[in-house]
Design a protein around this ligand. Structure first.
Ligand SMILES: Nc1ncnc2c1ncn2[C@@H]1O[C@H](COP(=O)(O)OP(=O)(O)OP(=O)(O)O)[C@@H](O)[C@H]1O
Ligand SMILES: [Mg+2]
Length: 279
């Protein structure tokens, strides 16, 4: 069985990309799936820090090695996390004590956009899901992620829904589809940072639905102060809640269930002309 590879992307910063990647992975793992997360946002490496711990000063290889040396083996970069079923390829911007810029190093390479896809060919049968966290920019790392993926999950705040962030992400998706990966399609737009005030949330959901239709996930991620206390800690919301049915955690189980369903039946909205018209 081939892994379902999902990029989590939006060029806008702070729209919960990393949090969604981490928590969705843990929820999918808890549902019995084998999951690999990949931290392509190597300059921040927030996913690595929060799910496993920083690679800084350790001999552990990560994303930067697989981009810089094509001979890198999966066993050299994949490590287990404390979460059931969840492995990670972590990242770090320092290699041998020097800060690196992967984009500059691979710039003139032929096939620079296919490096991750080629690497994943060797491990595609080992995981049910491979989730890729990307930086808040549409550069080489995000293009590599999209080239390697079947699906793209786009977290967005209601404020961003009709503005540049979402539209330029879809432009990029169309471009990647044309030139590099005809398989990629939107898995869904995930509304995050939803304010608990019911009326406003409803209005925003309606506006998002009107603009983007069925691509929008039914699940939405509400603002929850508990996520603030996770900063810097190697923790997820699942480590600090009292019961698994607590809201912040439940949302991610709902999202996992929706994604398992959508990808099982391949019910994603194909990026057909009507999707493009919505742009
Ligand atoms: N449900 C939530 N409620 C409130 N705050 C949250 C929630 N989920 C995540 N956050 C917080 O929002 C901030 C931004 O989240 P995150 O780092 O996941 O965004 P990002 O899109 O990955 O950012 P960047 O673009 O910089 O990589 C973090 O401080 C995180 O703890
Ligand atoms: Mg991030």
């Amino acid at each position: 069985m081939r892994s379902k590879v999902i990029s989590i992307a939006n060029r806008k910063g702070g729209v919960y990309k990393t949090t969604v990647t981490q928590h969705l992975a843990i929820a999918l793992g808890a549902c019995g799936a084998r999951v690999l997360v990949i931290d392509l946002d190597y300059t921040q490496a927030s996913l690595t820090k929060s799910i496993k711990g920083s690679l800084m000063g350790t001999p552990q290889k990560g994303v930067m090695h697989l981009f810089l040396d094509k001979q890198t083996l999966p066993s050299e970069v994949i490590v287990k996390t404390k979460y059931s079923g969840v492995d990670i390829i972590g990242s770090e911007e320092m290699v041998m004590g020097r800060k690196i810029v992967i984009e500059d190093i691979i710039q003139s390479e032929l096939g620079k956009n296919e490096i991750l896809r080629e690497f994943l060919e060797n491990i595609r049968d080992q995981y049910d899901f491979i989730l890729i966290d990307t930086p808040p920019a549409l550069g080489s790392m995000t293009i590599n992620a999209m080239t390697a993926s079947k699906y793209c999950l786009i977290p967005t705040t209601a404020d961003d829904m009709s503005t540049d962030g979402l539209c330029s992400l879809f432009d990029e998706l169309i471009e990647v589809r044309k030139r590099l990966n005809k398989e990629i399609e939107p898995l869904g737009i995930l509304l995050v940072g939803v304010n608990g005030r019911e009326k406003i949330a409803k209005q925003k959901r309606k506006a998002l639905k009107d603009a983007w239709g069925d691509i929008v996930f039914k699940t939405e991620v509400k603002i929850n102060v508990k996520f603030k206390s996770l900063l810097e800690g190697q923790q997820s919301i699942f480590d600090v809640i009292q019961t698994p049915s607590e809201k912040g955690a439940l949302e991610y189980f709902d999202l996992a269930t929706e994604i398992i369903q959508k990808t099982k039946n391949n019910q994603t909205t194909r990026m057909n002309e009507s999707t493009q018209e919505a742009l």
